[in-house]
Design a protein around this ligand. Structure first.
Ligand code: NAD
Length: 270
């Protein structure tokens, strides 16, 4: 079988570079094109060189339609409005669309899922690491086993991150709500400030730290009257997210069009 031809969206970004390296190093995938936003300093650079590799003779472009010509998959870690638009282009062309972008609104997530029904093979998750997806299952179990413990999710990321709480923190919060059998939105407290009053029983709280070059750290705390359980994950290299993204691309190419997450890719769903 021939290699899956991959277009990298956001090629000039931190994850874009990691994704170019992952595609180049993964048997069964071949870099087809790379693009970024018009005006990005990455435009015109060689995709291989921009990712710290040898020259590929693939220039980073600024036109998604041109980049998708002849492509079979997109790996997209960009911004919510961009991922919505790309999902529509992927649906029209029946492409694999791997989405790592976080900070999407409900409406944006809905539009992306709709592209899955319209012909794209979409895998979207707030965290492509194997470790975090395992952590999600643990959080679900502990939340169910300790119904009276207060749940707080603490996250820290680098100082360029634009959305909060992180997509991963929200994923972990959703897992806790599922474990408890409660509605996430009705119980989530995404930030606190001023005279908040006492903590309401059953809330799932979030706290956000930003600084330096921290790739991503998450701790889920279950706080009881006499003990505290902490389940933590620390990312030390973006290559781990990219490894998950290319694994998802290889998995999705053999699936019917639809909207999937990493639990589908890893076979964690019953
Ligand atoms: P970044 O700012 O370094 O990269 C984003 C890139 O997208 C930039 O180069 C930007 O110019 C480009 N971009 C913006 N508009 C575009 C457009 N219209 N067309 C093409 N490219 C466009 O950010 P990053 O650290 O690489 O993170 C990107 C996203 O991925 C964020 O939402 C982040 O939270 C998310 N992320 C997800 C995971 C995961 O596992 N799901 C892991 C890390 C980061």
């Amino acid at each position: 079988m021939s290699d899956l031809k991959v277009a990298i969206a956001g090629a000039g970004g931190r994850m874009g570079a990691a994704n170019i390296r992952a595609v180049a190093n993964t048997p069964g995938l071949i870099l087809h094109s790379a693009f970024d936003r018009p005006g990005s300093p990455a435009i015109g650079r060689d995709a291989g060189e921009a990712a710290g590799l040898a020259r590929f003779d693939i220039a980073i472009g600024d036109d998604p339609e041109a980049a998708l010509e002849g492509a079979e998959a997109i790996i997209d870690f960009t911004a919510p409005t961009v991922s919505v638009l790309l999902s529509e282009l992927a649906a029209a062309r029946g492409l694999v669309h791997i989405i790592g972008t976080t900070g999407c609104s409900k409406e944006e997530d809905w539009a992306i899922a709709k592209s899955g029904s319209a012909g794209a093979r979409i895998v979207k998750t707030g965290n492509f690491s194997l470790g975090v997806n395992i952590l999600q299952g643990l959080v679900r179990q502990v939340a169910a086993a300790l119904p009276d413990y207060d749940i707080e999710v603490l996250e820290m990321h680098h100082n360029k991150k634009v959305d909060a709480p992180s997509g991963t923190a929200l994923m972990l919060g959703h897992a806790a709500a599922e474990g408890r059998g409660v509605d996430f939105d009705a119980n989530a407290v995404r930030s606190r400030e001023g005279h908040t009053g006492a903590r309401i029983n059953g809330n799932i709280g979030f706290a956000t730290l930003r600084g330096g070059n921290v790739i991503g750290e998450h701790t889920v705390m279950f706080v009881g009257e006499t003990e505290r359980i902490e389940i933590a994950h620390r990312a030390t290299d973006r290559g781990m997210f990219a490894a998950g993204a290319v694994r998802a691309a290889l998995w999705a190419k053999d699936q019917p069009p639809g909207f999937y997450d990493m639990a589908d890719v890893l076979g964690f769903k019953e």
